[in-house]
Design a protein around this ligand. Structure first.
Ligand SMILES: *Cc1c(COP(=O)(O)O)cnc(C)c1O
Length: 401
């Protein structure tokens, strides 16, 4: 196998933006500048003895692309360098990453505690899927540390949360929740999609495992599905690697290549996303027809100080409520021209969705009310356009509505 990660003469530690450009590169003897795309399912061996050694793990070459592939490996190594993790495995989607991160370490009789405000499919995993296999779960208000404490049981193995949450952008105290989890001998798994690895590093606050939908900001241009799970060498070796190898939600080398190249611009893109979001949140806050703006970068956000302490910038997601309920929210969305209606997020294009009727439609009205998802709420993923065109688009749509 080629040399992975960036090597310098003195083995000096490189800064994140440099790792995002060079980290994990496996250069072939052709000396290509841009990383190669290895579209191969299998590998040939020089000899039968070499094949035997590979299968025994005595020779660390590649065996089969369900287990590992050079392009996928480059993506994993670049993510490891960026996140500051010991190990990682890529997956076909973000949901494959979440499912694997949970199932690889849980058995019947175990118990999971999760924040109630979760991405719809993550909530399905915790609330519906795990209990079918004898794994109990308790949902708590992620911002209430006493609820996390009270939910612990002798068989609690995993705490699970995302912060900021989707779509109401609550910010959960990672350090405090990690401590509560560890007192109970449980691992904290964090879905870090909304914050991105540029803005928030959960491992530094004590989280044990970090998962991403790479479909979002990591690709960032709406092309590919992908996911990644990061954690300690021990977690990956003892739990994750074998689970993925045997169950098979492997990332396609093509998608891995797209994501790998996207990491080169992730820092630039995410910071520009945030600058645009700050401008859009300010604009929305000044509009009479907007009843409420929820954005962690605003001083009126309930966890504004925590967001400042835990995140480098406040992110690109904004939730807001329109005066006049669902009808007014739909009218506004329908009149936008630059901002598109879509449930995706973290894209170069600004995207707006009405969570109550799309991403969180599956929940009962009571469950939505408990999460603070009203019929007047819209969720906006601010893109990379000129911020002035975005505020103009919103302003014109508000006037017309
Ligand atoms: C999109 C998303 C996922 C799922 O990712 P896919 O790549 O669509 O499978 C999980 N968690 C969060 C917070 C997300 O936004």
């Amino acid at each position: 196998m080629g040399k992975s990660s960036t090597t310098t003469s003195s083995d000096r530690k490189l800064r994140p933006q440099t790792e995002m450009v060079h980290g994990g590169t496996l250069r072939t003897p052709f000396g290509e500048t841009s990383e190669a795309m290895f579209l191969t399912s299998g590998y040939v061996y020089e000899t039968a003895e070499q094949a035997e050694a590979r299968f025994k793990g005595e020779d660390d070459g590649f065996v089969y692309s369900r287990f590992a592939n050079p392009t996928v490996r480059m993506f994993e190594e670049r993510m490891i360098a960026l996140e500051g993790a010991e190990a990682a495995r890529a997956t076909a989607t973000g949901m494959a990453a979440v499912t694997a991160a949970m199932l690889c370490q849980l058995s019947a009789g175990d118990h999971v505690v999760a924040a109630r405000a979760l991405f719809g499919s993550c909530r399905y995993i915790v609330e519906d899927l795990l209990p079918r296999f004898g794994i109990e779960s308790t949902l708590v208000d992620g911002c209430d540390l006493d609820q996390w404490r009270a939910a612990r049981k002798p068989n609690t193995k995993v705490f699970f949360l995302e912060t900021p949450t989707n779509p109401t952008l609550d910010v959960i105290d990672l350090r405090a929740v990690a401590e509560i989890a560890h007192e109970a001998g449980a691992r904290l798994v964090v879905d870090n999609v909304f914050a991105t690895p540029v803005l928030q590093k959960p491992l530094e606050f004590g989280a044990d495992v970090v998962v991403y939908s790479a479909t979002k900001h990591i690709d960032g241009q709406g092309r590919c599905l992908g996911g990644v799970v990061l954690g300690s060498d021990q977690f990956v070796t003892d739990h994750l690697a074998n689970f993925l190898r045997q169950t098979g939600p492997a990332l396609s080398p093509f998608n891995a290549w797209v994501m790998l190249k996207s990491l080169e611009t992730l820092d630039l893109r995410v910071r520009r996303h945030c600058e645009n979001a700050i401008a859009v949140a300010d604009f929305l806050g000044s509009q009479e027809k907007i009843a409420r703006v929820i954005y962690p970068g605003r001083a009126d956000h309930p966890q504004h100080n925590l967001a400042k302490a835990q995140m480098d910038m406040p992110g690109n997601m904004i939730a807001f409520e329109v005066q006049g309920g669902k009808e007014a929210a739909f009218r506004l969305a329908n009149r936008l021209e630059v901002i598109k209606i879509s449930n995706n997020l973290g894209d170069a294009k600004s995207l707006i969705t009405h969570p109550a009727t799309t991403t969180h439609q599956r929940l009962t009205p009571e469950a939505r009310a408990e999460l603070g998802i009203s019929d007047a709420m819209l969720r906006l993923s601010v893109g990379l356009e000129d911020a002035a065109d975005l505020t103009e688009d919103l302003g014109l749509a508000l006037d017309a509505a």
